[in-house]
Design a binder for this molecule. Sequence first.
Ligand code: ZN
Ligand code: ZN
Length: 424
Amino acid sequence: MGLLIKNGYLIDPATNKEGVFDILIEKGKVCRIAKNIRTKGTLIDAKGMLVFPGLIDMHCHLREPGGEDKETILSGSLSAVSGGFTTICCMPNTNPPIDNKVTVRFVINRGEESECEVLPIGAITKGREGKDLAPYGEMVEEGAVAFSDDGDCVMDSLVMRRALEYTKLYNKPVISHSEDKNLLKNGVMNEGVVSAKMGLVGIPSEAEIIMAYRDISLARRTGGRLHLAHLSTAESVEMVRAAKKQMDNLTCEVTIHHLCLTEDDVKDYNPNCKVSPPLRTGRDVAALIKGLKEGVVDCIVTDHAPHTEERKRSGFENAPFGMIGFETAISLAMELRNEGLSLMGILSCFTVGPARVLGIDRGCIKEGKYADMVIFDPEREWVYRREDIRSKSVNSPFIGREMTGRVIKTIRRGKVVFDLNLKG
Ligand SMILES: [Zn+2]
Ligand SMILES: [Zn+2]
């Protein structure tokens, strides 16, 4: 019997396939892609809709274990599928941190009870303390897909060097939150004219630039796989552009919020615009977008970081860093077409881009592969409303924002895991 998606406009960067096709799904997998398929079974009319691969977010924070008041793996997955994500990778800065096989297994088990695929990222160092390497082998065996101390930079260069060396054994990327803690000090926003006017302590872009340079240098020396997280400065992109000409073990990502917000958005002291790294200048944003266009930047991520309202309301300077992001990411990304990015290029950063970095067989719509896909209405106008938020936390600066283009259905392994029309 199966599920037939009819007359949708299929667009898949992995195969470069584009056009109106029917897609037949059976037993959770794509069975046929062709024109005018006839079959019994359930039919979804996707006329006028885009159909693209289920999105992959290789950088999010799900807070479980230890921060269940902010998010759980289940609530995070509900939020993710409503934004079109079918695979998400969660960072290990939980409590306890994901730095051993038991915690990796715990996350995977919880993920299996959730609505999307949850792939854990193990810590680089034990306890995320930046000192002793975590046991990579046992974590890979349980299903860790990458390593990161995200939230903190591995400040000790020798530790970082060893991490890049040892992870080579497993061919997994080290994801670096490149930020010099000493330069960071008590900074709360980008350092510049705006921070000076607002009387806030700034974080200089050099905090990122210096550490990104160190990490690239160590990756070049060791041959280990380096993935730079959430690049935010023009100079970092320029460095990656140059380095990529000489090495093939380097990839990087940008967050969606660093592409559509600048330090000017902090002007009303909105704590939901306080993120790490901080929102930068228009010049930086332009450079990040140029990096995307040229393929220097491999992925767009959410860095979904839920926080309770109580903590976010403790004043801009005391509020924790981070914003939620699953539910608005793809709609906001579609706006980048106004900046000259192609639809194929944008989707690539959410599908085949992260799939390649992680070495996972996801992010495509191909016969024989898992039927993970999104039905997206490119014309649908909508406003992101607080009452519609599926995450447990509501720390988004995009509440009230008008957007064009919305996820209508998310299908994971042939099952509809999100349906806007049933949401109520
Ligand atoms: Zn980070
Ligand atoms: Zn993060």
